[in-house]
Ligand binder design. Sequence first.
Ligand code: SAM
Length: 317
Amino acid sequence: MSRKRARVATTKFHKYTQELASSVQRARQAGCLVRDDGVIVDVVSSNLSPKQLALVEEVKQCANNLEAMGGREEYQRASQLNTSLFSTSKWLMGLMGSWGWLEGLKVVDRDGSDSRRDVRILEIGAINTQLLDAAKKTRLRRNNGDFNGGIAAKVERVYRLNVRAIDIRSTDPRIEQSDFFALPNPKDAYDAIVCSMVINCVTSPQDRGKMLTKIFNFLRPGGVCFLTLPRLCLHQSKTMTRAYFEEILTKGVGFEIMKEATKDSPKIAFYVLSRPMNLSPVKCWSDNFGTVRPLKNGKKFRNSFTVILSQAEVERA
Ligand SMILES: C[S@@+](CC[C@H](N)C(=O)[O-])C[C@H]1O[C@@H](n2cnc3c(N)ncnc32)[C@H](O)[C@@H]1O
């Protein structure tokens, strides 16, 4: 697949999934039984009003558009190509290396001595196994510490990482097929959550807010989220600006932005967000977070990205 075809596929997928989600919502409001994927349930067309029939047709058309572009399969193939062009895992491995996390996190044992434990990582929307591979990577170490192998050598992991990778549609047996929204709270909170180019695939602004709040909840205090999204979402939407997105992340959800680790490429914004050690000193609810409002003048915008937070959810976090 060429880069151009991959770009077209991801753009079409986002457009058609948004259209499908809105048409399903409209059809449900009119009393039609429609599944999220656009399949019409138990419909006898003679029982439908003309308005319902039109809405059902609209849903079918949106589902057909999605199928015709190759659906989620084509989208994931395109995303795999995009990922191979900018490696998110390289970026976050570099950062974790600079923090000393790749050798594991220090814990003080009951007797006062130090040991190390694996870094617990959740990768949401994993379409490749780069992080899983890094966690499995091994080397031979001789007892005296050199790497020549030999009889006294033992196999050890290179990085102390414990990675759980999930995707709603898994492309590898090691990637767990799960919806992030359906995961129960973890027994042990995560040290790091990777959410790369996923929030822009979530179709409703409310669910995007829910995703950010749930990530915050799943992290231990001091844990970090590696969040990436297309810059287009921040710069080409009438209802979003970069400053407002950062207000949502900080004052809304409660994250601190690690400015020194956050960066931009020409197309992608790379955020490193940390969950503060204690109650978030920056969190401060504004009713704006619960609504959508135009933030820019003008008519032509290539994107309609926005985020809505639920006050009850962020207050529980
Ligand atoms: C654009 S791809 C990004 C993949 C990869 N993380 C990257 O950086 O290139 C988005 C992925 O997120 C997955 N995804 C979207 N919503 C999800 C959810 N609620 N739970 C788990 N995975 C999700 C999609 O299936 C898709 O594979």
